[in-house]
Design a protein around this ligand. Structure first.
Ligand SMILES: Cc1cc2nc3c(=O)[nH]c(=O)nc-3n(C[C@H](O)[C@H](O)[C@H](O)COP(=O)(O)OP(=O)(O)OC[C@H]3O[C@@H](n4cnc5c(N)ncnc54)[C@H](O)[C@@H]3O)c2cc1C
Ligand code: FES
Ligand code: FES
Length: 1297
């Protein structure tokens, strides 16, 4: 399929599409399906797996590549920009030139500065997002020719990273920016020296400028597997194509094809029409009276045009439109997504809250619609367009008129996440006003809303009401809000925000618009109501002691795999190339939450060409339970009779291609009986009685954790309060989706799987297939993030693939798409906490009675309520605790451990209780906390007495000082006094995480090679981003005395590391490193004793390499295997931390920004400071997701999980992190336990994210004070933008000017 590199002009053969990838011409032949996405072509056909894939809907950026395409607006020239290859259809790449991460640099030819910078700034953890990050930044550079710090921040709006917390990625790219901070640039110099940078072609670093053949434009039509692709080169030829098509034919006009990211089920299509060569679709015409943009002008180009035009009279309003559109989707979508495409999405799906539709309507735009039947153009308003039958018609262009000089135009988009999120509600307003007459509204204004209900656009009565009124009139907006309340009637759908919130937003946005228009006429305290919170460019600081005495242990070195990760050279399980005759498996999933399976009809699926088999529970020869060791309750690979949740696997369709398997999975007909309403919440489960006590971590029994005498405590207490609240679900959301490939071999099966517990994956397959464990060979080099999700949950995927391989005798790959991943597999268990606390006048705790109920989903195997209660004391002392853990089961996927499982909710619960007591007593929340800090020697319910309260003695004083807490507290107070509609909050949170060594064990093998003394390590842990391999190498290097560069860590395997535990808790890294340390010490002892013998003989002065050779010839074993033994583990130790967070809330909308966060964590003597800082920042941001963003919604009738993709489920983006993030590793700390005096870091910092909720509570409290509402209010998590606004109690009575 590849041809030699070329840049000549060529004519295309009739049935082909040609484009270049990394300078090599590719001719797409008819074997490639007409709907193939570029990402699949790159990965499966071109073998370029550096480009990753997760969401396939434009929501994650993992698949980003650079496209250089002919620019129809500018004749023969071309333009370059980043695109998401998951959205791009291969048959629409004709004449394009694609560059992937492999082209920027590699180990043979040197690395690109962007790659070097990302690696050198510690910007990778698991590395799965890294190629996409690199290509996004490369695209930014190529498309604008510049790079500024502001561009860097904005250009990452479509790239998700679940590991790093983004800070190091932003720093890495800002170091390359023209205006980047000098300190970052200085660091870059050292980084560039560290990597190979030469390009073989230019002698310099690769700039990726290899070009492709230019294609002669001519009308063409090709038919691929029965589907037609048309390539018209003029509007007239487009019309004639439309005219030819029958009425019934389903046609897709291909702009950027990004619409499929939102509406995935619009196909299948009979024909595709590529409009990239229709010149009329790309025009940009500007005159004094109007601007005309062709239908296929991209959002990015339109924004540029608007920004320019806004300098001209009559077009100033386009500045507002440009700003609004810059917040539509993300950079890569805006690069290719077209105006017509967006408007047609609104046309087809009227509920779509299109920002383009709303703003263009407010701008009085007209659409030119071309008809294929008579080749004529008619102009329609946006509203008439929605009523037009678009069959055989196209949008040709959009015309924006100039507006009168006295026009005021405002538009808003309120979203659950800072960027790349569709609106809860969007709004656009247009007023013609007389500024000299109290902002008299001279004509009927436009008051437009999206996101209300599919048909709602105009608030007609409000428009009428405001006509002829003065906007400065006091009470006007209160009255207008009343009218809005009568006509804005939001629909109530389970996936949407509440109608109450959307109505309140509609009212608030009108008020916001008016305050913005009247400007300084508004009172000082109201003026900030007129704007949205602007986020400045972020900054950061990291502080740590270097401790050089043990280097390389403790040395801040880059992650050993970093440069391979940023170049796409680091491979993940699903990057493995296809085996000959490989098949693809796709799960058949239940569509109901609770029912019995009556019948499964697979006939239609089996008849689909390309389908090889369909397997169900009946095909399982062994035990239908993939949780071999993980729990006591069987977890079925395929539901055998009873469906426990919507999304559960019922079977697997196996086919020659993924596409066919997927299509066939939807043809399987499952009949259900005895269907019941699914139980989806803890409350419903409690009502149903699906509840049992969870384990007490100390006794191991299903019983409460008790210290002291709870009743005596309550009797003594001067005050007793009670409360309750909910904490929601969180999906692990690793960027690398779950996948497995099982290949039959002579003595069993080779398995590649995204598992961090290969040993149990092996047991699970053995159990399901009823074969011996030694028939199953699993090897895992790395996974792309897990956070607990790939401990036991990967087994269902590997077991299903193994069953497929058994049935078909062929290799079977099961790679979950994001929707299946989210709906098949559970996440962090939701919790409900109910408490009763007694305390004295001062707030000192006397008794805490706490029930923590965890929703473990459909099986109770991995409940974490026991952990929750065990960690609920956090840093506090109370003489009497009664902590009752409970677990309920629901009709949802079986939940599983997630970073700081239960512990997070335990700490969050006690911190909420502290806030409650402080509120009750009217005390400062920090002071109240200080009163309750446990002194040295204090007893704890589930851990040994505290040796020293490090938070109190070391962290709090440092935190107060470095964060300038007292001064900022006063500033916050002053700000809140001065602003009615913006509120700030500042809070300090303590944390103590008692890390015990559990029943986990690992096999470790260390080999020294006699050839040259280089070292390999195969340990039973898995590198998943946490830096385990880097720390391992640092420790081995220190003990063996071998340079870091001479040591490599190999894949974990069930042969070299048999029976190892999972890499699923912070402590696992400790144990693995402990094993490596011991193995190296044993080897060192053997080598030292040989050296001693040589010394006695006067030959001791030999090099390491010579010594190793001598050892081999004198029968010294150069390999050491260690089985870590629980009896040798260090004792438990405390990890301490503290956070100070400041937020600012826009009261009218609920949107907020974290102005600053200072985090301090006690890492003992850090083994690798930047690995630890990475864990602290990444965990904190993941915690932010849980606390403020990540909400899951279900269909209450069917139990279907509705938050099943990036459109609905929102992990934090790069623009959600603190604007100013400062991380300090506690100086002068050590650890008398642990490994080499270090402390683990993976999980504890997650808990510090609750500081943001505490700060938000303060801001909300300040807002409620205006309504004279001073009572305690409950905060459930996630505390989303919606919840914040609702808690702020916005009342239109207060809408004064
Ligand atoms: C992750 C993501 C986030 C997004 N967020 C937002 C958001 O916040 N706000 C918002 O408003 N939008 C949002 N969008 C929508 C985005 O703006 C559109 O996907 C994009 O503009 C569509 O343009 P396209 O060229 O890719 O259309 P395509 O996908 O190519 O086409 C979409 C539809 O338009 C039809 N079509 C295309 N051109 C024409 C034409 N000239 N005449 C007639 N029919 C035509 C096609 O047949 C198809 O039905 C988001 C999209 C994604 C993927
Ligand atoms: S895989 Fe393409 S954006 Fe997520
Ligand atoms: S490093 Fe970004 S997702 Fe793992």
């Amino acid at each position: 399929m590849k041809e030699k590199e070329s840049s000549e002009v060529m004519e295309l053969e009739a049935e082909t599409v040609q484009f270049a990838i990394n300078g090599m011409q590719h001719t797409v032949d008819a074997k490639i399906s007409p709907t193939t996405r570029l990402v699949d072509y790159l990965r499966n056909t071109a073998g370029l797996t550096g480009t990753k894939v997760q969401c396939r809907e434009g929501g994650c950026g993992a698949c980003t590549v650079l496209a250089t395409v002919p620019d129809p607006e500018n004749g023969g020239s071309s333009k370059s920009f980043s695109i998401q290859s998951c959205q791009q259809l291969v048959y629409a790449c004709n004449g394009w030139s694609i560059e992937t991460v492999e082209h920027l640099g590699d180990r043979y030819n040197g690395y690109h500065p962007i790659q070097q910078s990302l690696a050198g700034f510690y910007g990778t953890q698991c590395g799965y997002c890294s190629p996409g990050m690199v290509m996004t930044m490369y695209g930014q550079q190529k498309s604008t020719g510049t790079l500024t710090a502001s561009q860097v921040e904005k250009s990452l709006d479509g790239n998700l990273c679940r590991c790093t917390g983004y800070r190091p990625i932003l720093d890495a790219f800002k170091a390359l920016a023209d205006d980047g901070e000098q300190a970052l640039k200085d660091k870059l110099v050292d980084i560039e020296d560290a990597f190979k940078t030469k390009c073989p072609k230019t002698g310099e670093c690769c700039k990726g400028s290899c070009s492709s053949k230019k294609i002669v434009a001519k009308d063409r039509e090709i038919t691929v597997q029965g589907v037609k692709w048309f390539y018209p080169t003029s509007l007239l030829s487009l019309y004639s194509i439309l005219d030819q098509l029958s009425e019934e034919e389903k046609v897709r006009i291909v702009g950027g094809n990004t619409g499929q990211g939102v509406y995935k089920n619009d196909g299948p299509f009979d024909s595709y029409i590529d409009t990239s060569q229709v010149p009329e679709f790309h025009i940009v015409q500007e005159s004094a009276m109007e601007i005309t943009l062709g239908a296929s002008v991209s959002l990015k180009r339109a924004i540029e045009v608007f920004e320019q035009a806004a300098h001209n009279p009559g077009f100033q309003h386009l500045q507002e439109v440009a700003k609004h559109w810059s917040n539509v989707a993300n950079v890569a979508v805006r690069n290719v997504g077209t105006i017509a495409g967006n408007l047609m999405m609104k046309h087809t799906h009227q509920e779509f809250p299109s920002d383009l539709f709303l703003t263009l309507l407010a701008a009085d735009a007209q659409l030119a619609l071309g008809s294929g039947q008579d080749a004529t153009v008619t102009y329609v308003s946006l509203e008439d367009f929605l009523l037009t039958d678009m069959r055989k018609k196209v949008v040709v262009s959009v015309r924006l008129p100039s507006l009168a000089a006295d026009t005021q135009f405002r538009s808003f988009k309120i979203t659950p996440r800072a960027v790349n999120a569709h609106a809860y509600v969007n709004a656009a307003f247009r007023f013609q006003v007389d500024e000299n007459d109290g902002f008299l509204v001279k004509s009927k204004p436009l008051v437009l809303y999206g996101g209300i209900n599919p048909l709602f656009i105009h608030a007609a009565n409000t428009e009428e009401f405001l006509s002829g009124r003065r906007l400065t009139e006091q009470g006007l907006l209160t009255e207008a809000a009343g009218i809005l309340a009568m006509e804005v009637l939001p629909d109530a759908l389970p996936q949407d925000s509440s109608p109450a919130y959307r109505l309140s937003l509609a009212q608030s946005l009108l008020y916001k618009a008016v305050i913005s228009i009247v400007g300084s006429e508004a009172s000082l305290e109201n003026q900030t109501a007129g704007t949205l919170i602007e986020r400045p460019i972020s900054t950061s600081k990291q502080s740590f002691n270097e401790n050089p005495e043990m280097w390389p242990v403790g040395k801040p070195i880059p992650k050993v795999e970093a440069i391979a990760q940023v170049a796409g050279e680091a491979t993940f399980p699903n990057d493995e190339p296809a085996q000959p005759h490989e098949l693809h498996g796709v799960f058949i999933q239940a569509s109901v939450g609770s029912a019995d399976i009556k019948s499964i009809d697979t006939s239609e699926a089996l008849n689909l060409p390309g389908v090889v088999a369909v397997i169900t529970a009946e095909d399982i020869p062994g035990v239908n339970d993939f949780a071999a060791e993980a729990g006591t309750q069987a977890e079925e690979v395929f539901a055998s009779g009873k469906v426990l949740y919507a999304g559960q696997g019922i079977g697997l369709v196996i086919a020659e291609s993924y596409e066919v398997a997927h299509q066939a999975s939807e043809l399987v007909k499952v009949e259900y009986e005895n269907a019941q309403k699914p139980v989806l919440t803890i409350k419903e489960a409690l009502d149903n009685g699906n509840v049992q006590p969870d384990y007490n971590l100390i006794t191991g029994k299903r019983e409460p954790l008790i210290t002291g005498d709870i009743e005596a405590g309550f009797k003594e207490a001067q005050h007793v309060i009670e409360g309750e609240f909910d904490m929601g679900f969180q999906f692990h959301f690793p960027l690398e989706p779950m996948a497995a490939r099982v290949t039959p071999i002579e003595d069993g099966y080779d398995v590649t799987v995204t598992s961090i517990w290969p040993a149990e994956a092996q047991s699970s397959i053995a159990q399901v297939l009823d074969i011996d464990a030694n028939s199953i060979n699993i090897s895992v080099r790395r996974v792309g993030g897990s956070f607990g999700g790939k401990i036991s949950r990967a087994h269902v995927v590997s077991a299903a693939a193994a069953l497929g391989a058994l049935k078909t005798h062929r290799p079977v790959r099961v790679a979950l798409n994001l929707k299946t991943f989210i709906t098949l597999i559970g996440g962090r268990d939701p919790f409900y906490s109910k408490y009763k606390v007694g305390f004295d006048d001062n707030g000192k705790l006397a008794s805490v009675e706490l029930d923590m109920v965890s929703d473990s989903g459909c099986s109770a195997n991995e409940a974490s309520a026991g952990l929750g209660t065990a960690f609920a004391s956090n840093v506090y002392y109370c003489p009497n605790w009664l902590l009752r853990p409970f677990v309920v089961t629901t009709n949802t996927p079986s939940n599983t451990y997630m970073r700081s499982p239960g512990i997070f909710q335990g700490i969050l619960t006690i911190e909420s209780i502290m806030d409650h007591i402080a509120h009750y007593l009217g005390k400062d929340p920090l002071e109240l906390r200080e009163i309750n800090l446990a002194p040295a020697g204090a007893e704890r319910p589930a851990a040994d007495p505290i040796e020293k309260n490090v938070f109190q003695d070391d962290i709090l004083p440092l935190l107060k000082e470095s964060s300038e807490y007292e001064m900022r507290l006063a500033e916050v107070e002053a700000f809140n006094q001065a602003n009615r509609w913006r509120k700030r909050g500042l809070a300090i949170m303590p944390m103590c995480f008692n890390l015990g060594y559990p029943d986990f064990r690992f096999g470790v093998l260390v080999n020294i090679y006699s050839h040259d003394g280089s070292v390999s390590i195969a340990h039973g842990g898995i590198e998943l981003g946490q830096g385990l391999n880097t720390k391992t190498i640092q420790v081995a290097s220190y003990i063996l005395g071998v340079p870091v560069s001479k040591i490599k860590v190999k894949a974990t395997s069930t042969t070299a590391n048999a029976n190892s535990s999972h890499q699923g808790a912070t402590v696992c890294s400790d144990i693995v490193i402990l094993g490596v340390k011991k193995a190296c010490e044993n080897l060192r002892e053997r080598l030292d004793s040989t050296r001693q013998k040589l010394s006695v003989e006067g030959k001791g002065d030999v090099s390491w390499a010579e010594l190793v050779k001598i050892c081999k010839s004198s029968d010294v074993d150069l390999s050491e295997r260690i089985w870590t033994k629980m009896s040798e583990y260090p004792k438990a130790y405390d990890i301490w931390g503290g956070a100070c967070a400041e937020v600012e809330v826009d009261v009218l909308t609920g949107q907020f920004v974290i102005r600053r966060a200072d985090l301090i964590e006690d890492c003992g003597k850090s083994l690798s400071p930047y690995m630890d800082i990475g864990q602290i920042e990444g965990a904190f941001v993941m915690g932010l997701g849980f606390c403020t963003l990540e909400k899951v919604k279900f269909n209450p009738e069917t139990g279907e999980k509705l938050s099943n993709g990036t459109w609905e489920y929102k992990p934090p983006s790069a623009l959600d992190i603190p604007v100013d993030l400062r991380v300090t590793i506690l100086p002068n700390s050590s650890n008398t336990s642990g490994v080499l005096r270090a402390k683990a870091t993976g999980e504890p910092p997650l808990n510090l994210a609750f500081s943001v909720v505490m700060a938000l509570r303060k801001a909300i409290t300040a807002a409620r004070a205006h309504r004279s509402r001073f009572e305690w209010f409950r905060i459930d998590t996630p505390l989303t933008v919606e919840q914040i606004q609702q808690l702020c109690l916005v009342d239109p009575q207060d809408f004064s000017i």
